[in-house]
Design a protein around this ligand. Sequence first.
Ligand code: 5CA
Length: 446
Amino acid sequence: MRLSRYFLPVLKENPAEAQIVSHRYMLRAGMIKQQAAGIYSWLPLGYKVLKRIEQIVHEEQIRAGHIPLLMPTLQPADLWRESGRYDDYGQEMLRIKDRHERDMLYGPTNEEMITDIFRSHVNSYKDLPLTLYHIQWKFRDEVRPRFGVMRGREFLMKDGYNFDLTKEDALHAYNRHMVSYLRTYERMGLTAIPMRAASGPIGGDNTHEFLVLASTGESEVFYDDRVTELKLGTRDVDYDNRAEVLGICDEFTSLYARTDETHDAAVFEQVPEAHRKVGRGIEVGQIFYFGTKYSESMGATVVTADGSRVPVEMGSHGIGVSRLLGALIEANHDDKGIIWPEGVTPFHCGIVNLKQGDAATDAACEGLYKALKAQGLDPLYDDRDERAGAKFATMDLIGLPWRITVGPRGLANGVVELTSRRSGESEEMSAEAAVARIAQIYADHP
Ligand code: 5CA
């Protein structure tokens, strides 16, 4: 993309309404625009990152054997009357009447609707196990929408639902989700720690939240800091292998890590003092096992091998897709702007032309731009007629992990400059070498 033709409405001033750094940078980098409290338009740069995050979520869900579908945002109230949650959900639910005076609602989550789909089409234990998921907008009329996309009213969530015959099978689905979530966050360059949590309006007694450590997080967390060193790395997980999946879950949950609600001071005392940490975290996902809570009230049953009929075992599993943009920025920034991890960056690299209008410099930039695209990469070429300082400031603010700077002086020596946004270090090399280096970096970050 050529910046002169893109839509990147960056702001020079810090917006007064933004209290935390991710909100400030998302507004300044022209990623989002607020339309009402907790409701945002996703401008091109923000939309690009949102799509990258969605893509990683899809790939990891499909890798775990889960099946995508798409349910609507608007739901009939009657489904929620069946489960009893229409009254329970309270003021967080946005209730709407259609022209026929029928009660509708904007879905805050989809347990009822997915259970309805299941009971309409599945009848036999032979069709289990089954996990269906979607990535869809939700609405929760939060009392205090704040911090930009972190606590929105309209927000994008990946929500998945498993259907199993036995509790043992459903717990395997729970574990499978835990591992697939760990992989998902790790691919985005995030450390998200699974912590035992409280279940709230979703229900059930087995639930973990995934928390990204950040001083601006809304939850207080108590943890053994060795938990932050655990990594899945390139381990290839066989999701059908229950022992392997359980082993990974045990590894990632054996160290102390709890939120408030579940914190136990006596147990925490046993963590060696040097590793005992209290901090704050951003909840980027939560998984639940709730057994037959919805299947019983809504009549979602299957016929078993011996001909009897039993309610299906279920759980639900959510990732805060739009909240992840905020969490990623909270975890990756400096005083100049965002520093995107390679896995989610909106463009793979930036090209800065130091002397727009100079024939040789323009030609070198064009050549680089085409060569990067020929490698399947997506560069952002700053071809505006602007001062070098302004171009650098924009690149630093929007946070592309790599920048290639091209100017007449370097070109006279046959070199361009490759700069890492994270380390700030620069290296001179030929344009060909810079293209090869960037192609290699992204080959290592599929
Ligand atoms: N049905 C279950 C799992 S699918 C569910 O709704 N879980 S949840 O309530 O924990 O939401 C899942 C994730 O959505 C949360 O972990 C959080 O990352 C994100 N989320 C929840 N509320 C908001 C909000 N108001 N703004 C942005 N993200 C949110």
